[in-house]
Design a protein around this ligand. Sequence first.
Ligand SMILES: Nc1nc2c(ncn2[C@@H]2O[C@H](COP(=O)(O)OP(=O)(O)OP(=O)(O)O)[C@@H](O)[C@H]2O)c(=O)[nH]1
Ligand SMILES: [Mg+2]
Length: 213
Amino acid sequence: MGLLTNLRDSISRVTDGLFAADEPKRIGIYGPPNAGKTTLANRIARDWTGDAVGPESHIPHETRRARRKENVAIERNGRKVNIDIVDTPGVTTKVDYKEFLEHDIDKEDAVRRSREATEGVAEAMHWLREDVDGVIYVLDSTTDPFTQVNTMLIGIIESQNLPVLILANKTDLPESDVKQIANAFPQHETIPLSALEGENMDEVYTKIAEYFG
Ligand SMILES: Nc1nc2c(ncn2[C@@H]2O[C@H](COP(=O)(O)OP(=O)(O)OP(=O)(O)O)[C@@H](O)[C@H]2O)c(=O)[nH]1
Ligand SMILES: [Mg+2]
């Protein structure tokens, strides 16, 4: 009897260990430049781990290499999800170094930044095809969502059958138009938020646990 109990305890320790070792889901934060991806990644990381992911900036293409925050454990309504957050560079069809010149950056630095941003976008696109388990797609709700990049990226995400949450960011701004985003992608749920002000983060976490848990 003692032997059986020991055996059962050993088996349950092994199976518990297997569940605890569950690989975290790799969630890519995608979207156009300046949408607020890094602001959101930092808010999620700070809320659940206390650390940030990377610098945020009004200068587009601030994130030129993907940055990762591993093992962010989010718990919502009894659902737990362990995610690795990958903050990616904003995707555009063309990175023009002249964009940086408007922000008082000298030409040499501008050319270097645009080259890095182009490589970063290529890398992020590669991961989208190979290496993410789900996507948080961030849009600036004060800008028109009907762009080639958004349509193309959402199309790729759908063709990969990846779970995707569309976030309409910057709801704190008066020009914010969440409906416009919901209308552009009616096949998906659109969640409004302000990553900067922390508005509606409760719903964002509930949806993260629901979609990626
Ligand atoms: N008003 C407002 N501004 C925001 C919000 N989220 C981000 N921003 C601002 O938008 C700008 C861009 O934010 P980032 O988080 O760097 O944007 P990103 O999408 O990571 O940009 P790239 O790395 O260049 O692709 C910064 O000036 C942020 O402070 C928001 O919810 N409301
Ligand atoms: Mg960024």
